[in-house]
Design a protein around this ligand. Structure first.
Ligand SMILES: [Zn+2]
Length: 321
């Protein structure tokens, strides 16, 4: 049976209804008997701890949990931090940036994260050194990329691509959810990969009309919290209902696994052919140059040093299967 993992990001430390939404989705997966792969930011872990929301943490315990960077859209993002640093200095900065996330996660959840997920659209290869240092074996939403969403190893850490996704706006609208689900089911069938990562949304974006981090766009840090506008309760419920129906379908057809389980299925890794390696370099460079346009990033950021630091490690890249 094919293996898939279903990802959600839990990252909104600002909006008041975001904690309850986070709990709702953990419970939705638990009630469906499906293991979710949830990515929590260090900042979210700190705010849940500060607000005494152990109930939210407890709801997540049955699931596969990852660290979704320390602070996600707060500045500096991963690229903003590392764009101008040479390798050695960048590695020290990446470890220093991510270790507090690891500590906040472990403090709230009581166990270490199974994986690390890049925030939004941002990355630099020093992250792989940080992950080895703090003991995380894999990163999801990989911007390092082989053809066909092949899982891979890069600098000794497993890179898990996001092969497919369905957006919150699709889930919230019955007329959009049905064709989106059909498309994803078809693409799972067509894929030759042993494992596929499918992103199914952010609890906060089901609950609120706009992204929680809009106040942080273009390098800005708002002086006081700026709250979003919730969607109508019916819209929120429709989103949860359509996702629940999807979980019922995929859990019958596929092995929905957490990330530790996924990693055991990906071995052994092999050396890429020259053609595959060239494809890796081209796709990865393209992804990094386009990540600069993530709206969070401050204007004037250059991806070029990050591209060259990444491609300098291309010789370490290996493909699963
Ligand atoms: Zn995110």
């Amino acid at each position: 049976m094919k293996a898939i993992s279903l990802f959600m990001d839990v990252e909104d430390p600002v909006n008041p209804l975001a904690d309850d939404a986070a709990k709702d989705f953990a419970e939705l997966f638990t009630a469906a008997g499906v293991k979710g792969s949830f990515c929590l930011t260090g900042e979210k872990c700190r705010t849940l701890t500060a607000r005494g929301r152990q109930d939210v943490a407890a709801a997540y315990l049955p699931h596969s949990l990852g660290l979704h960077t320390n602070t996600h859209s707060f500045h500096p993002s991963t690229m903003e931090l590392l764009a101008d640093l040479e390798w050695e200095e960048g590695c020290r900065a990446a470890i220093q940036a991510e270790r507090p996330g690891m500590d906040a996660f472990t403090n709230l959840i009581g166990r270490p994260p199974e994986f690390w997920g890049g925030g939004g659209n941002t990355w630099s290869p020093e992250i792989t050194e940080a992950l080895k240092q703090i003991g995380i074996p894999a990163y999801s939403y990989a911007l390092t990329e082989f053809a066909d969403h092949a899982p891979h190893r890069f600098n000794g850490v497993v890179g898990l691509p996001q092969a497919l996704s369905i957006s919150e706006l699709d889930w919230q609208d019955d007329d959009r959810a049905a064709p989106a689900v059909e498309r994803v089911l078809r693409e799972i069938e067509e894929s030759a990969q042993p494992w596929l990562g499918i992103f199914v949304g952010h609890p906060t974006k089901f609950r609120y009309k706009h992204w929680w981090d809009i106040p942080y766009y273009a390098g800005r840090t708002p002086p006081t919290p700026e709250y979003g506008e919730p969607v109508a309760d019916e819209v929120y419920e429709a989103g949860k209902q359509n996702l629940t129906s999807f979980l019922a379908i995929v859990s019958k057809r596929y092995d929905v696994v957490g990330i530790s389980e996924a990693l055991t299925r990906l071995n052994p890794f092999r050396e890429p052919t020259l053609l595959e390696l060239n494809e890796f370099k081209a796709r990865t460079a393209k992804n990094l140059r386009s990540a600069i346009h993530w709206p969070i990033h401050r204007p004037g950021l250059s991806p070029e040093l990050i591209v060259s630091k990444t491609l300098a490690l291309a010789g370490t890249a290996q493909i699963a299967g």
